[in-house]
Design a protein around this ligand. Sequence first.
Ligand code: PLP
Length: 383
Amino acid sequence: MIQKCKTIVEFIQDLYKTKEFISLHEPQFFGNEKKYLNEVIDSTFISSVGKFVDQFEKMLAQFVGSKYAVATSNGTSALHIALKLIGVDENSEVITQPLTFVATANAISYCNAKPIFVDVDRDTMGLSPTKLKEFLEEFTTQDKSGFCINKTTKKVIKACVPMHTFGHPCKIDAIVAICNKYNIAVVEDAAESLGSYYKNQHTGTFGKLGIFSFNGNKIITSGGGGMIVTDDAELAKRAKHLTTTAKIPHPYEYIHDEIAYNYRLTNLAAAVGVAQMENIEIYIQKQRELAKQYQSFFQSDDVRFVAEPKNCTSNYWLNALVFKDKNERDTFLKYTNENNVMTRPIWRLMNKLDIYKDAQHSDLSNSLWLEERVVNISSSILK
Ligand SMILES: *Cc1c(COP(=O)(O)O)cnc(C)c1O
């Protein structure tokens, strides 16, 4: 195993042409970032007014093929607002996957709602439509108005948040079909999957709402930033209202018609976002090229490289390996991190965190299996 680790480390060092520290995913800037930042600073409109926010929204909506996009301060706030738009509140519950970044579950908690964790599929690492259907059939009923009621808690299951893990699309059409039948709104956590397509349709556009993140480690970045996408004009309008302190437009008066949030994206951040969006196709192409190199390297190995699922085009944001067992995985994690190549195990399952240990969940055998075996490897695009 150590010999195998050594060969992998050498392969990665060759890819990046360095023996210095190699991080997991670094942002890269080769476009108009500095130019637009200078423009913003010269204009003095660095904060909430300025043309780059509008432009960033238009570019993203057009790229993913949604009618509307609303910029937010980050992906987590985008998810929080998206759930509020669905009406998720203290009397509701939201189904999501236990194998995700904590922000997915936290956004549910910000609405004072409870998450329910349903298992993922092994091939996509995203929410499993089969397990979702099983859960709904066994644990829920429909009330007279057609709402989906959790038999255990008697609360309404209002939303379902599938996540496209590491940029690989989950079986989103099947998930949406099931949720439609049960009157559950789908909010896609597409934070990791900008540039990923399921059956040629962009991830994030299957549900009622979708969200993206432009954090520093994502495929493109605005330093910090997020986006809510939807085809529903009314929801888009409300998203803008709720993320901008619910201020009624007025030339000089400050009137706010509900308690809302300051989740705006600054013009400064949007300027970087616009410059990055201009090169989005290059970023995706380079991520995919890197993945291809890994894929051919690991072809004849018993360590499995995670390839894009059937019917999908993945942005390959974070490359991942699946080890035979936890032992091999641990050896690999230790060896790589001790040898200047940063690697990271997949997230601890949400239901194992103290903060979510009381959450309801069904059989999580696939999540548990992946939790012990999956490791992310160097994924910065090659220069
Ligand atoms: C990055 C990420 C988020 C949150 O995005 P931020 O911009 O960091 O708030 C949410 N969900 C998932 C799955 C993510 O990877």
